[in-house]
Design a protein around this ligand. Structure first.
Ligand SMILES: Cc1ncc(COP(=O)(O)O)c(C=O)c1O
Length: 389
């Protein structure tokens, strides 16, 4: 990596002032379009506010777009995990889970009466380190819960290989990975279940919302029953379940936004390429490494700082970026093993996962980033990349 020095003398205040955006670069682009609002209003007019035809439509279309044969809508990504875990795990099971993920991937393992076994992640891709995971297997291990974190698929071949050799179920937490692909197939084609979130900030956002996709009819039926009080016929409850259903207002927004998701994902991919080129030019800043054979959904673009090259902390660096109109986010400020809620399950703090919280930063990522935004981001990164060493 080398410094690119053109037009970024830290003393060159006028050129910096010129490049300053009039308003900050938006971190996300969340606005609904008129057709999304019309779709929701038309459900309101219909009076059918429950789970109905719009949920079925979202299930069929999203599953197909994801490479899966069955989709089951539910009320959020957390309940999607609960449904998948509920259908595939038994209380007392040990489940391999990355120590670097959103809390729900691990906390819903506990909610299912199982024990999370925290594994380290790879320094390059931030994804579960399958070699470390294999060392943590015990006779009680029955499953792997792997997160396609930031939208980047994990090394699915490695996960599936371990699962096959050891007879483990695989649940992929794809909350951030809508339309991501692996070896040219939608990620829904792999594993026992994939779970999604349609939370307000996700690539496909319905406010609250979620889905489980699977490729097995019996499993789909089991999840459908769990989603709705174990009901297999009207008022016949053959198992204990919950009410985790989505409603048609939410699903109508999801269907409408799904029309634009492929194009928006493509725009994110183009933007990720631009960021990669930009970060590679700045000594001490590292673009995220891509999983081989994978195409990310780029929910978040997460770079890394080599702190030995800077005289400031990551937080100080990000504060200066913000002053220059470039907001950042930290996903995550601590590894899950550092969450007090997991104290009784933590055996160690896996090394890489434990150190990432000091070093990672997420740059604005969405389909609406413009040339002007990129110019402002490049200028801020380059200037600070020199000034804060
Ligand atoms: C990786 C991951 N898993 C699970 C969830 C939970 O989804 P929800 O907020 O829809 O319950 C999220 C949401 O941020 C997530 O990012």
């Amino acid at each position: 990596m080398s410094h690119s020095t053109a037009a970024k003398d830290p003393a060159a205040a006028p050129s910096e002032a010129k490049a300053k955006p009039l308003s900050p670069v938006p971190f996300m682009s969340l606005a609904l379009e008129q057709q999304d609002i019309d779709a929701a209003v038309s459900v309101l007019h219909s009076g059918i506010l429950r789970q109905g035809s719009r949920c079925s439509e979202l299930e069929t279309r999203f599953a197909e777009a994801s490479g899966a044969t069955h989709g089951l809508t539910c009320c959020n990504g957390t309940t999607a995990l609960q449904l998948a875990y509920g259908a595939l795990l038994s209380p007392g099971d040990e489940v391999l889970v990355p120590a670097w993920t959103y809390i729900a991937t691990a906390s819903m393992i506990v909610a299912a009466g199982c024990k999370p076994i925290f594994c380290d992640v790879r320094e390059d891709t931030f994804q579960i380190d399958i070699e470390d995971a294999e060392k943590r297997l015990t006779p009680k291990t029955t499953a792997i819960a792997a997160t396609h974190l930031y939208g980047m698929p994990v090394d699915i071949d490695a996960v599936q290989d371990l699962a096959k050799r050891k007879g483990l179920a695989v649940i992929y937490d794809a909350a951030q990975a809508h339309l991501a692909t692996y070896k040219g197939k939608g990620i829904g084609a792999f594993g026992d279940a994939n779970t999604y979130s349609f939370y307000a900030t996700k690539n496909l956002a319905t406010g609250e919302g979620g889905m489980v996709t699977v490729n097995d009819q019996t499993l789909a039926d089991r999840i459908a029953a769990l989603r709705s009080h174990g009901e297999t016929e009207k008022y016949l409850h053959t198992s204990i379940g919950f009410n985790y259903r989505m409603n048609d207002i939410t699903a109508a927004i999801g269907c409408s936004r799904l029309d634009r998701l492929a194009a928006q994902t493509q725009a994110r991919r183009t933007n990720a390429d631009r960021y990669d080129a930009m970060l590679s030019e700045i000594d001490g800043l590292e673009p995220p490494t891509r999983t081989e054979h994978a195409d990310s959904a780029w929910h978040l673009y997460t770079g890394k700082m080599d702190l030995s090259k800077f005289s400031c902390t990551r937080d100080e660096f990000c504060a200066k970026l913000k002053e220059r109109g470039v907001p950042t986010a930290i996903h995550y400020p601590r590894s899950v093993t550092r969450q007090p809620a997991f104290a009784e399950f933590v055996m160690d703090h896996p090394r890489v996962a434990d150190s990432l919280s000091e070093r990672v930063f997420c740059l604005p990522m969405h389909h609406d980033l413009t040339e002007g935004h990129f110019e402002a981001i490049r200028m801020a990164l380059e200037t600070l990349g020199i000034r804060m060493r």
